[in-house]
Design a protein around this ligand. Structure first.
Ligand code: GLV
Length: 311
């Protein structure tokens, strides 16, 4: 079996883990170690490949995306339509996201953004303590990463959590909203909004002047999803005008964030360089190798992408 690695990231930890779990596999690096006959390649592991590359392998059994989001991959117009594409669902990727989300929810819930601004003005004043069980948390996108984060918040005593997604979901203790028809009600009730939707034609710039106006004044936004979900001019205006009290932004369009972007200097914005949850190679490689083992044994790949919905 031949596995081809197409990524600019260091292949060493991937190779080590995959050769351990699949000793019979040839782990090859693109382009230097590719065989003359590209039809011999069974699996590709990739992150942001050059458009057109994935069409070169006629006999693929699956393509493994080395991250959770497949938006970059799906932009490739020549992507094979009949090869399963597997998204990375990995316990360490999930726990990284849970930490990021819990950190910022607690930050905004406990009003540290307000106390932080007060410190700069040497202001000493207390506000009534917020009521954890009532704080309205809303996940715009509640898949693998959103739901794990919501569960961690439930364990901390948050009881007023909602999720919005394309289709209704049954998740214990979480109020489910779905479709554009229920977006307004979802936003109206959300004080701390976490955007974890996949980036598709439908979700592009879903955070804009209109949707922001539907949030309560003083709401906070946490975006560890994709920069393209946000209309930046609209969010910047809302942050300046006070409609949105504060935002924690990890992702931008384009990345790296432009040096001229106002976000860098805004006192109520927290910028991080797309680190909310980084793929941990060893762990991700184990998950991938186990999935290959399952497919080789005749099983179906899991966490596959639906090309028609774009995630
Ligand atoms: C990172 O952004 C990922 O999609 O895993």
């Amino acid at each position: 079996m031949k596995i081809l690695y197409i990524s600019k990231y260091d292949p060493t930890p991937w190779q080590r883990k995959i050769e351990k779990i699949l000793p019979e596999a040839d782990f090859l690096l693109w382009p230097d170690e590719a065989p003359d006959n590209l039809g011999e390649i069974d699996y590709v592991l990739t992150w942001k490949p050059e458009p057109g590359v994935l069409a070169l392998f006629p006999n693929l059994k699956a393509i493994f995306n080395m991250g959770a989001g497949v938006d970059a991959l799906l932009q490739d117009k020549s992507l094979p339509q009949n090869v399963p594409i597997v998204r990375l669902v990995d316990p360490l990727l999930t726990s990284g996201m849970v930490e990021y989300v819990v950190h910022w929810v607690l930050h905004f819930h406990r009003q540290f953004h307000i106390y932080g601004a007060m410190q700069k003005k040497r202001e000493w004043k207390e506000f009534p303590p917020p009521f954890t069980a009532k704080r309205a948390i809303g996940f715009l996108g509640i898949g693998e990463l959103g739901y794990a984060s919501a569960q961690a918040l439930q364990n901390l005593g948050f009881k007023n959590i909602a999720g919005w997604s394309r289709n209704k979901k049954q998740l214990p203790g979480i109020e489910s909203f779905s479709g554009l028809g229920e977006l307004e009600t979802f936003l109206n009730r959300t004080e701390i909004l976490i955007t974890l939707l996949p980036l598709t034609n439908e979700t592009e710039k879903i955070i804009n002047a209109k949707t922001i106006s539907l949030l309560p004044t003083g709401a906070c936004i946490i975006n560890p999803g994709r920069g393209g979900l946000v209309n930046d001019d609209d969010l910047i205006a809302a942050l300046k005008g006070g409609k949105i009290a504060s935002a924690a932004l990890d992702v931008f369009s384009p990345e790296p964030l432009d040096e001229q972007s106002p976000y860098w200097e805004m006192e109520n914005v927290f910028v991080t360089p797309h680190i909310a949850s980084l793929t941990v190679a060893g762990s991700a490689a184990s998950v991938t190798a186990e999935m290959i083992k399952k497919i080789e044994a005749g099983g179906e790949p899991e966490n596959t992408v639906d090309l028609s919905s774009g995630y």
